[in-house]
Design a protein around this ligand. Structure first.
Ligand code: NAP
Length: 250
């Protein structure tokens, strides 16, 4: 029997990147996986993820919702619950990254980051949690960032949102244990489209700075998510696990 047989998981922002990898990893471990994507984009990517899981003998379906939109998220959780019952594993992965020095940052940039990277985590958790608590079990896995621990210049908004996700993970873990486990993953720089705009100079500097001498790949993150979704991590809650090449060492 696979580690996640009989479990139903929802992964937000799973049309590509880390979310795509986690969705496939959870399905490989036996879970039925809902692949969330933002309705305005990402549908083709989500369809590709579902097809790839099904081609491998797994079970998946796509669910469109903007994680920053309350009615979208409510509807997504309702659709999930009518298909699968309560969410067993919620992976709050959807996120955006933009860059600006704070002194020049448009207020909209701050607001949009908070809406997707922090409010999105709150909304999906808010609406999935009652079902988890009613069934007496569940696992919430929040994808934060090492920058939520150490911070980074030109990324004050992103660092603040991700630091908020880590604090929320700890506070909620205290509130809903022992029924529901709440943990975070704080990856370091991972090769996905989120890093599309980085300069070669930044990459070389970062690689030299990292104890592991290289940026990470999606496959460096997926096993942590599968572990946190499985019963093997039953005694972990409020924790932040960091596949970050030694970047933050918190
Ligand atoms: P990515 O390749 O850009 O993927 C982000 C995903 O989130 C995409 O599927 C995107 O959909 C989706 N998304 C964006 N806004 C959304 C919204 N409002 N509602 C629903 N889905 C939305 O980035 P990634 O690197 O895989 O990042 C995944 C998570 O890891 C993020 O939370 C990020 O902050 C975190 N992280 C990444 C790194 C890194 O270096 N890559 C490091 C630490 C933490 P569309 O593309 O269709 O818009």
């Amino acid at each position: 029997m696979s580690r996640l047989d009989g479990k139903a998981a929802l992964v937000t922002g799973a049309s590509k990147g880390i979310g795509r990898g986690i969705a496939i990893g959870l399905a490989e471990a036996g879970a039925t996986v809902a692949v969330n994507y933002p309705p305005t984009e990402g549908e083709a990517g989500a369809r590709e993820v579902v097809e790839s899981i099904e081609a491998d003998g797994g079970s998946a379906f796509a669910l469109g919702a903007d994680v920053s939109d309350e009615s979208d998220v409510r509807a997504m959780i309702e659709a999930f619950e009518s298909a699968e019952g309560a969410v067993d594993v919620l992976v709050n992965n959807a996120g955006i990254l933009t860059q600006s020095e704070l002194a020049e940052m448009p207020v909209e940039m701050w607001d949009e980051t908070m809406a997707v990277d922090l409010r999105g985590v709150f909304l999906a958790t808010r609406f999935a949690l009652p079902g988890m608590l009613e069934q007496g079990s569940g696992s919430v896995i929040n994808v934060a960032s090492q920058l939520g621990i150490k911070g980074a210049e030109e990324l004050v908004h992103y660092s603040a949102a991700k630091g908020g996700v880590i604090a929320m993970t700890r506070a909620l873990a205290r509130e809903v244990s022992p029924e529901v486990n709440v943990n975070a993953i704080a990856p370091g720089p991972i090769e996905t489209s989120l890093l599309d705009d980085i300069t070669e100079e930044w990459r070389e500097r970062k690689e030299a700075e990292l104890p592991m001498d290289r940026l990470g790949s999606v496959s460096d993150v997926v096993p942590t998510a599968v572990f946190l979704a499985s019963e093997e991590s039953d005694y972990y809650t409020g924790q932040t696990l960091s596949p970050d090449g030694g970047d933050a060492m918190h």
